[in-house]
Ligand binder design. Structure first.
Ligand code: CUA
Length: 256
């Protein structure tokens, strides 16, 4: 019986790699960076809860005890050195404690670790284009293509409205990847929540970010910088595949 439950659970479990109705939390992480972001969020949530409960409690207590009918003669005390030192030093210490994991994550996100593959993504009004310049066909062409959102009437059952594109970005798992981001016309932003990536695409400027995807899957993202009327209609689809699958995809692209 236990086995049956376990098997049913294992086979019915699926990752949350897309937003869900009434979702409050994060999507499941697929990169170490996104795991770090979620952990930092949980760490901060602890401090937020403790502080807001303490402050609300103090406020309620003050309103209750110092209301005129209960405390008709006002106190003449104007300051107390000890309490002022305590309420200055304690928040400073809390901020110091928060700064340590925050900075380590910030610098981890900034680090580009000897990437194996570089992919260039360019934002346009209103689609993304991608270039894989590490490879060349026999004719000397590199791989580049455009990625447009699928219109609603072309969707088949099981596809996601406003999120599917005609050409996915195919990326191998367990590989250090550099993503170079730019724009051709106005500001865009290349963002994929499950991967913990949000990188501004600025015309005339190259921004870079790194990716290390830990599991296979399809990850959805959207342009995250207001870029005009079709800002909401230029999604990003990342298809994370095994390295052999990636190699065959690349060789197909080079031949075709
Ligand atoms: Cu492109 Cu918003």
């Amino acid at each position: 019986m236990i086995n049956l439950i376990l098997i049913t659970f294992l086979f019915s479990y699926s990752w949350c790699d897309i937003s869900e109705p009434w979702q409050l939390g994060f999507q499941d992480p697929a990169t170490p960076i996104m795991e770090g972001i979620i952990n930092l969020h949980h760490d901060l949530m602890f401090f937020i809860c403790v502080i807001s409960i303490f402050v609300s409690w103090m406020l309620a207590r003050t309103l209750w005890h110092f209301e005129t009918s209960q405390n008709s003669v006002a106190s003449s005390v104007t300051h107390g050195t000890l309490i002022e030192i305590i309420w200055t030093v304690t928040p400073a210490l809390i901020l110091l404690v928060i700064a340590i994991p925050s900075f380590s994550l910030l610098y981890a996100m900034d680090e580009i670790i000897a990437p194996t593959i570089t992919i260039k993504t360019i934002g346009h009004q209103w689609y993304w284009s991608y270039e894989y310049s590490d490879y060349q066909s026999e004719k000397g062409d590199s791989i580049n293509y455009e990625s447009y959102m699928l219109p609603e009437e072309d969707l088949v059952t099981g596809q996601f409205r406003l999120l599917e594109v005609d050409n996915n970005v195919v990326i191998p798992t367990n590989t250090h990847i550099r993503i170079i981001v730019s724009a051709a016309d106005v500001l865009h932003s290349w963002a994929v929540p499950s991967l913990g990536v949000k990188c501004d695409a600025v015309p005339g400027r190259l921004n870079q970010t790194s990716l290390f995807i830990k599991r296979e899957g399809i990850f959805y993202g959207q342009c995250s910088e207001i870029c005009g009327v079709n800002h909401g209609f230029m999604p990003i689809v990342i298809e994370a595949v095994s390295i052999p699958q990636y190699v065959s995809w690349i060789s197909n692209k080079l031949e075709g």
